[in-house]
Design a protein around this ligand. Structure first.
Ligand SMILES: NC(=O)c1ccc[n+]([C@@H]2O[C@H](COP(=O)([O-])OP(=O)(O)OC[C@H]3O[C@@H](n4cnc5c(N)ncnc54)[C@H](O)[C@@H]3O)[C@@H](O)[C@H]2O)c1
Length: 314
């Protein structure tokens, strides 16, 4: 399978490393407006470098375009590739606007292409384990949950796009979207929510409590202005156990102590991210859907719309 990547900044490293691990995939092209960002990739796998995405698509005719561009370019480049009959996997979020979800999925359908937004927590081993624990009631009913993520303000982004609200959506769309998307995927839409947010020029942080009737989930997400180490995790409390995930390690404590620990991790790239195989899992899933002509419905458009509605309430 031929894969091309557009956008060779921070997150592209996790994608590039994942594609390279797949024996049935050849990275035929990489594209970035900054040629220096492509050097490492071109040297590593002989992919052809391009500064213009349309030229890359017309020349290389890839089976899959992997979009790792800034958020505000996701819709435009997805539509471009889909209209050329090319399958697209696109980094999150697809857009800050609900109506774009139907636009992009509609275009994919019209051109008989596969399209998926790379909502990585849906492929994250610790989160998959948690989903199974909830669904099987292995430790009884869920009583409450807490999810958090804290990173430093992404000043490294190209032209500072990430720190401009209209371009990135800031913390709701950079960080909180991960946890909220997983909640909507695993538990459905909450019945109601209470939200707090403080936006300052140099920091942005939010708290939310999502009410599911029988239990509630508390989330916090923030950018700190200094170079703080990445911190993310969750703590879910059940009738018979507490399940804790901290920076990539999972532990289950039942009434007698630690019952189970550890989920495998692998290197995910150069961003300040926890180590995980999740990026590989999501891209492998999409590649298999393309290969086997299956709908990549682990990520559903109606769930993406629900998440955008909830995020736009901040
Ligand atoms: N899933 C995750 O864990 C995760 C983590 C980080 C970022 N992301 C998402 O990935 C996307 C990219 O984020 P990033 O941190 O890599 O940003 P970045 O600014 O580091 O990289 C974006 C790259 O796109 C290039 N670019 C800009 N316009 C272009 C164009 N028209 N054609 C070709 N190249 C162009 C820039 O030169 C830059 O190298 C964002 O939407 C973000 O939300 C996801």
């Amino acid at each position: 399978m031929k894969v091309a990547i557009v956008g060779c900044g921070g997150i592209s490293h996790a994608h590039f490393n994942s594609w390279r691990r797949m024996e049935d995939v050849t990275i035929v092209g990489v594209c970035d407006v900054r040629p220096e960002c492509m050097t490492e990739y071109v040297n590593a796998c002989k992919a052809h470098p391009y500064e213009d995405c349309r030229t890359m698509l017309e020349t290389e005719k890839p089976d899959i375009l992997d979009i790792c561009l800034p958020t505000y370019l996701h819709v435009e480049y997805s539509l471009m590739a889909l209209e050329m009959g090319i399958n697209v996997v696109c980094e999150k979020p697809i857009s800050l606007k609900r109506e774009d979800v139907a636009r992009v999925y509609g275009t994919a359908k019209k051109h008989n292409c596969k399209f998926m937004v790379a909502q990585v927590l849906r492929f994250w081993p610790e989160f998959s384990e948690l989903k199974e624990i909830i669904e099987t009631e292995r430790y009884g009913k869920l009583l409450s949950g807490e999810m958090h993520r804290l990173g430093y303000r992404p000043n490294w982004s190209w032209n500072g796009w990430m720190t401009k609200k209209e371009l990135s959506g800031m913390v709701p769309y950079d960080l909180h979207i991960h946890d909220l998307d997983w909640l909507v995927y695993a538990l459905g839409a909450p019945k109601s929510a209470v939200r707090y947010r403080t936006e300052r020029p140099d920091q942005d942080f939010l708290h939310a409590v999502y009410d599911y009737g029988d239990y509630f989930i508390m989330c916090d997400s923030s950018w700190f202005k200094g170079k703080i180490p990445w911190n993310s995790g969750f703590r879910f409390q059940f009738e018979e156990a507490v399940v804790i995930n901290n920076n990539g390690s999972l532990a289950v404590y039942d009434k007698d102590g630690t019952a189970q620990e550890g989920v495998a991790a692998a290197d995910s790239g150069v961003l300040n991210l926890p180590t995980t195989d999740a990026y590989y899992n999501e891209l492998r899933y999409f590649a298999d859907c393309v290969k086997e002509n299956r709908d990549p419905d682990r990520v559903k458009p109606e769930e993406l719309e629900t998440v955008i509605d909830l995020l736009n309430a901040f």
